[in-house]
Design a protein. Structure first.
Length: 194
């Protein structure tokens, strides 16, 4: 198994030379940070570039392993998440949690992909009952989401093929058991990179 230094260099090599992050960082900038032994900075820069220039599953696997070796658990989980998106596609939505007074949940939840809530995405059982689907949830730009708050989220369905009928503008509901605890509007769907 390669060490973190080697993995970061290899991942940088997978990016095209023309790849530039929103803040103008390039793969060349990443290589300079690697040579300076600024591995965590290099990891962050690679993630930023891949936000603009889609990367392969291999790229994300390398970053995940490098983050694991550097004991950066949040980075590792994010890179694993992005690798899953590269393989299965991406669903983004704007989620609004109901407030406690509206029957919503009573506490915030961690936004780092560990929550696996139920979603009503329009499926019905043979007898017409609501058939809920499971998808992990990652809150963008926030460590957690509290009752009454709104944030953009990424969804990782347990059965991605069940979600293929959704399109931007569709509204789905978040459930904990049967009660609705949130509403989400789909804002972006990207196909797998495989």
């Amino acid at each position: 198994m390669d060490d973190a230094f080697t993995l970061l260099r290899q991942a940088a090599g997978l990016l095209p030379e023309v790849a530039v992050a929103e803040n103008a960082l390039t793969a060349g900038d990443v290589r300079k940070e690697i040579e300076l032994l600024e591995w965590e900075v290099a990891l962050d820069m690679l993630i930023e570039i891949a936000d603009v220039h889609p990367a392969s599953i291999t790229f994300w696997e390398m970053l995940s392993e490098a983050a694991r070796q550097m004991m950066l658990d949040h980075h590792r989980r994010w890179c694993d998440w992005r690798g899953w998106e590269a393989e299965h596609g991406m669903i983004r939505a704007t989620l609004t949690l109901l407030g406690v007074d509206e029957g919503g949940r009573r506490s915030a939840f961690s936004g780092d992909g560990r929550l696996r809530p139920l979603w009503d995405i329009g499926h019905r059982t043979a007898d017409g009952q609501q058939d809920l689907n499971i998808a992990r949830l990652w809150v963008e730009l926030a460590p957690r989401l509290s009752p009454g708050e709104t944030a953009n989220v990424r969804l990782a369905p347990l059965q991605p093929e069940q979600w293929q009928h959704l399109k931007p503008g569709d509204v789905i509901t978040l459930h904990e058991a049967q009660p609705v605890v949130g509403m989400a509007e789909i804002i972006e769907i990207l196909p797998p990179r495989v």
